[in-house]
Design a protein around this ligand. Structure first.
Ligand code: FES
Length: 140
C-alpha cells in the first residue's frame, strides 16, 4: 500500500516551512567533539511515537531532525532533502517514513532510502544511541 504524506497547507509547502518545530527547551541539546547529545528529560517533544524536534544553529555543523519513530525507536536525519531545494524533513506519523516540507514533498524510508518524489539521492541518517535518559548522535 502506498504511503501517504503529511497534509500541509500549500503556503507552508511553497515557503518550505516544516511541521517540526525547534525544541521548547533550547538547552535540551548540546554538541561537542562531533557528538550531538539530547537530554530526554528536557525534550518532552520526543516522549511519544511521532514526536520530533529540529536542531540547528548554535554551533551545530548541520541541521538535524530527531524523532521517535512509529516503532518507538529514536531516529536522526540530516535535515536537508537531497532535492535541489534542500528543504527540511518531517516525520510522517503512522507511515514509518519522513517527508520533505516542500511542494514536491519527497519521501524517505527510515533508513534514508528514497520512497517517493524527485529527490535524487537517499537522505542521510545517523545512528542514535540511547544512554540512560540521553540520546547520543555521532555526526562526524
Ligand atoms: S527540496 Fe525536497 S523535494 Fe524538493
Amino acid at each position: 500500500m502506498s504511503k501517504q504524506g503529511l497534509k500541509r497547507g500549500f503556503l507552508n509547502r511553497i515557503l518550505g516551512i516544516p511541521a517540526t518545530k525547534t525544541p521548547i527547551d533550547s538547552d535540551c541539546w548540546a554538541y561537542s567533539d562531533g557528538v550531538l547529545t539530547v537530554d530526554l528529560a528536557r525534550a518532552p517533544e520526543l516522549s511519544k511515537p511521532g514526536g520530533a524536534m529540529r536542531l540547528e544553529g548554535n554551533g551545530l555543523p548541520e541541521r538535524v531532525l530527531v524523532f521517535q519513530g512509529d516503532d518507538g525507536e529514536f531516529r536522526a536525519f540530516k535535515n536537508r532533502c537531497s532535492h535541489i531545494g534542500h528543504r527540511r524533513l518531517d516525520p510522517v506519523p503512522g507511515q514509518n517514513c519522513v517527508q520533505c516540507c516542500s511542494v514536491n514533498g519527497s519521501m524517505f524510508e527510515y533508513d534514508g532510502d528514497n520512497l517517493k518524489g524527485p529527490a535524487p539521492h537517499p537522505a542521510k541518517t545517523y545512528e542514535v544511541h540511547k544512554e540512560g535518559a540521553s540520546l547520543e548522535i555521532k555526526l562526524a
